[in-house]
Design a protein around this ligand. Structure first.
Ligand SMILES: *Cc1c(COP(=O)(O)O)cnc(C)c1O
Length: 389
């Protein structure tokens, strides 16, 4: 009874959400803080004042939301905060400070440069459909967001996975070499998951310069507000660049399912055409109200990101003090392992103490844990659980 297409489906496995007991959930990179009080008020008031809107189809193009996103990007400079570069650090973890002059977007972002969808997972899926083909391999890092290979299977797009370098950074040379061989597109997360490391904007610029010009180049900036450098300013230089964003991480909104992309308007139109052929109304009325309110309260999310970065750096120090190998993090999670400690055993021990972290059964990273940074109290509980490992 199944279609042939079903054979290519290898569904994404998200961080587990067990119901058997109340776990501290540090396995899906959600933000431990609630959305801003203004978001909660906006949603409550929208439902109360306009109950009729829940019975009507929402704005299919989320016009007001896209305006709010553009406004937030223009005001903030494309990123909520940046890592403190004092002391000659090139990048890397550290306290988050205000964006600097170089982070500013050198043009005005207009709503027609934004496509908004039902979580960036859906946005990414439409990106795959709109820009990648079965006739050549899509180039991506071997270890990156594990939904990309799932979409590759779904849309029948062959993949060329490029191993990371020994320091866990992207092998940009090899990725370019491979992309130029077949005139292929490139996709990666920056900062990358599950490694928590990012490329600087200059490094990405140098990469796009040498990549195929007539192929779309996708940078997924899900974690950029925790210390990465945004590539939105590069849209002034490259017509083939697509930046994907989400409200699930730094905007404390994983439950509302809102993602977006920023690109030149021809590419936005292409993705909109995919949307209108598949799901005309991807963002419900209440989620649109929540997103609009979030964009106009960026200050709240700056503080939340700073708190997350503070807890992150404290926890990295703690783990390193206990002999763990921990990569620097420009994200809201930590990627770590300890010699002599089996990854699966560590995961199980932490789970038995009531805390869920993520471990991937993937060759090369089996011994690592990916730990989402939680609140101060949650991280204290995790310290206790990991103390004896
Ligand atoms: C979490 C994450 C997403 C998915 O975000 P949603 O908007 O919740 O669908 C996309 N890309 C990366 C790299 C992520 O880590």
């Amino acid at each position: 009874m199944l279609s042939n297409r079903m054979k290519n489906l290898h569904p994404y496995v998200p961080g587990e959400q067990p119901k058997d007991r109340l776990y501290i959930k540090l396995n899906a990179n959600e933000n431990p803080y609630p959305p801003s009080p203004k978001v909660i008020k906006a949603v409550a008031q929208a439902a109360k004042k306009h109950p009729e809107k829940l019975g009507l189809y929402p704005d299919p193009d989320s016009a007001e939301l896209r305006e709010a996103i553009a406004d937030m990007l223009n005001k903030s400079g494309g990123v909520l905060c940046r890592a403190n570069l004092e002391g000659g650090k090139k990048n890397g973890s550290g306290a988050l400070v205000s964006p600097c002059e170089a982070d500013k977007i050198p043009f005005v972002v207009t709503p027609d440069m934004i496509y908004a969808g039902n979580g960036s997972d859906e946005v990414l899926s439409f990106v795959f459909y709109a820009f990648f083909d079965s006739d050549r391999k899509l180039v991506l890092p071997e270890h990156t967001y594990s939904f990309y290979p799932v979409y590759g299977g779904f849309y029948d797009i062959p993949l060329e996975k490029i191993p990371l370098k020994s320091d866990w950074t992207l092998d940009t040379e090899k990725m370019l070499e491979s992309a130029n061989k077949e005139n292929s597109s490139i996709i990666f997360a920056n900062p990358n998951a599950p490694t928590s490391l990012g490329l600087t904007r200059d490094e990405v610029r140098n990469m796009i310069k040498k990549a195929p010009k007539d192929r779309v180049f996708v940078v997924d900036e899900a974690y950029v507000d925790f210390g990465g450098e945004s590539c939105i300013p590069l849209l002034a230089e490259f017509q083939n660049l697509v930046i994907v964003r989400t409200t699930s991480k730094s905007l404390c909104g994983a439950g509302q399912r809102l993602g977006y992309l920023v690109a030149n308007k021809e590419l936005v139109e292409a993705v909109t055409t995919v949307k209108n052929s598949l799901n005309h109304f991807p963002i419900d009325f209440l989620a649109q109200q929540a997103g609009i309110a979030a964009c106009y309260d960026a200050g709240y999310y700056v503080r939340a990101a700073q708190d997350v970065a503070f807890e992150r750096d404290e926890f990295i120090d703690f783990l390193r003090g206990k002999g763990w190998f921990v990569l620097d993090s420009q994200t809201n999670f930590i990627f770590c392992k300890k010699d002599g400690v089996n990854g699966l055993e560590a995961y199980k021990k932490i789970k038995s103490d009531g805390i869920l972290v993520r471990r991937f059964d993937t060759k090369g990273i089996e011994e690592y844990l990916r730990i989402t940074v939680g609140t101060h109290e949650q991280m204290l509980s995790l310290r206790k659980a990991m103390e004896e490992l």
